[in-house]
Design a protein around this ligand. Structure first.
Ligand SMILES: N[C@@H](CCC(=O)N[C@@H](CS)C(=O)NCC(=O)O)C(=O)O
Length: 235
């Protein structure tokens, strides 16, 4: 019995966290049954979601969840990919997770309008009296993290230029394929879909949406993938 600990649907997305969406999609691609638990954040082994409990075994981090599925269930997320394609898939995945993720964070958490229409709701359960203090503290922590990563040291124009280049690279790699690496879904599709979906989410107002929408193949892919893997979501 697998339990996936994540945030649950928000902003028209299967999950506001692209990593949680990715983990959910990996489980779906592998054909495993699971339930979603939205109450586990305070017990997260690495202080972040997603994590899973698989018959008493706890696995934290979407990539280690992937490795666990591959090892325990013998599922090959790179089936059909040669070494070069597997390498490209991994590089694309990590470009989303370790580079474009910070663009998404910057747009959602550090721009007041977007913060107010999105992440602010994560604090609704905090006592009203200390809520503003907690919000300010967490946003300062987020700003510090983006600076520590490096992306947060650039101007807005520079951040969008980097986003443009990264997204264009993904569009070029995908070309006219049905999936990221060809005609068969692979592990990196879980990441690619989740981040393209998150970066182009119309609940927020950001030039990044137009950057993604410049690439018709990415938009068609996003819509196809949503219909295939998350049919429960309205498009
Ligand atoms: N490397 C992790 C990243 C997970 C992650 O960054 N989760 C964020 C949500 S997108 C989180 O739980 N943040 C809470 C926090 O940092 O306090 C993975 O692949 O699962």
């Amino acid at each position: 019995m697998i339990t996936l600990y994540s945030f649950g649907p928000a902003f028209g997305l299967a999950d506001p966290s692209p990593f949680c969406m990715k983990a959910q999609m990996l489980l779906k691609i592998a054909g495993l049954d699971f339930t979603v638990d939205k109450t586990g954040f305070n017990k997260a082994p690495k202080g972040k979601q997603p994590y899973i409990d698989d018959d008493g075994e706890s696995i934290a981090d979407s990539t280690f969840i992937r490795f666990h599925i591959e090892k325990k269930y013998g599922f090959d997320f790179n089936a059909g990919l040669d070494d070069k394609a597997g390498g490209v898939a991994w590089a694309v995945e990590k470009m989303f997770e370790d580079h474009l993720y910070w663009v998404l964070i910057n747009e959602r958490w550090l721009k007041d309008d977007n913060f107010n229409r999105g992440p602010r709701m994560f604090f609704d359960a905090a006592p009203a009296l200390i809520r503003p203090f907690i919000i300010s503290m967490v946003r300062k922590k987020v700003a510090k993290s983006t600076k520590a990563h490096g992306l947060g040291r650039h101007s807005v124009a520079e951040i969008h230029l980097l986003a443009e280049k990264a997204i264009e690279s993904v569009a070029n790699i995908m070309g006219d394929h049905k999936y990221l690496m060809g005609d068969k879904v692979c592990g990196a599709d879980a990441t690619a879909f989740s981040f393209i979906e998150g970066l182009s989410c119309r609940h927020f107002e950001t030039p990044v949406i137009a950057i993604v929408e410049k690439h018709q193949n990415l938009i068609a892919y996003r819509d196809r993938m949503r219909a295939e893997w998350f049919p429960e979501l309205k498009s």
